[in-house]
Ligand binder design. Structure first.
Ligand code: PAF
Length: 281
């Protein structure tokens, strides 16, 4: 496995694959990797000849009071994990390599689907994601790019971006990887105290409970209110509990496949999760 820190180095490393018209798969990450990321790489390996993983903690997608400075940077450990799953190239640029010394004058804003859910709580976040992902797409020039469904709204934003800006890239969404107790894997789980970690699976339990209730005919409003109550009683500060169609349209009744979204804080750690509830008619 090669590690490149410059665009020039990455181009040199990818040149043989590009010349041979190999299928390049791309997994963008911010590092501090866990099984969820490794599953994205495993999926990429199934479908591609060469797999590139980027590790870049992107400053422009963090709000002023968010965890950019403290976000764990664990490149050595990440590199070992990536080598073990057969990643071919790690691209780990510096902030200067990505953004240069001049302030960025270009913004990319995907409207509509970023207006609510995490977009409402994290103003500017998805613009920062859209800019960095566009830059990384232009730098890596993959055929396929892999994103986790835990960040369901982000995945929808990337799909829209790819369609609107005609990136010649197929976007693959990969199902959420969960711990044995149901907690969706996230780099931010590492911030939880042991007590908070024990409580954190309540999110998934409340989502599964909601799924069962919906399938039994309980109304969507009631089910969403129940999730909020369960989480609040367990000690979370709920940011939102919402239902949307898989295309992120508002839904008021359970009459189609419905995604339930949760964002809630345990102490200072903000966790998100979602569950797609299939409508069986
Ligand atoms: O999901 C993430 O880790 C980040 O938002 C991404 C896609 C790597 C962009 O910085």
């Amino acid at each position: 496995m090669k590690t490149e820190t410059t665009i020039q180095g990455l181009n040199a490393a990818l040149s043989p694959a590009r010349t041979a018209k190999k299928r390049i798969g791309f997994v963008p990450t911010m590092g501090n990797l866990h099984e969820g990321h490794l599953n994205l790489v495993r999926e990429a390996k199934k479908l591609c000849d060469v797999v590139v993983v980027s590790i870049f903690v992107n400053p422009i997608q963090f709000g002023p009071n968010e965890d950019f400075d403290n976000y764990p940077r664990t490149l050595d450990k990440d590199s070992q994990l990536l080598a073990d799953v057969g990643c071919d190239i790690v691209f780990a640029p510096s902030v200067e390599q990505m953004y240069g010394k001049q302030p960025l004058l270009t913004n990319i804003s995907v409207s509509g689907i970023t207006a609510d859910l995490c977009g409402a709580s994290r103003p500017g976040h998805f613009d920062g994601v859209a800019v960095v992902v566009s830059k990384l797409f232009n730098i890596v020039q993959p055929s396929l790019a892999f994103f986790g469904q835990k960040d369901f709204q982000q995945l929808a934003v990337i799909r829209q971006l790819v369609q609107d800006l005609s990136f010649p890239i197929e976007v693959i969404g990969v199902p959420i990887t969960r711990a044995a107790d149901g907690l969706a894997l996230s780099s931010r789980n590492g911030y939880l105290t042991p007590e908070q970690r024990a409580v954190a699976p309540t999110i998934y339990q409340s989502l599964k409970h909601a799924e069962k209730a919906l399938l039994e005919g309980v109304s969507l409003d009631t089910v969403l209110a129940e999730i909020t109550t369960q989480l609040t009683q367990a000690g979370f500060v709920v940011d939102y509990v919402e239902a949307r169609s898989p295309a992120l349209q508002m839904v008021t009744d359970f009459k189609q496949d419905t995604v339930i979204f949760v964002a809630a804080k345990l102490g200072t750690t903000r966790l998100i999760d979602n569950l797609i509830v299939k409508f069986v008619g």
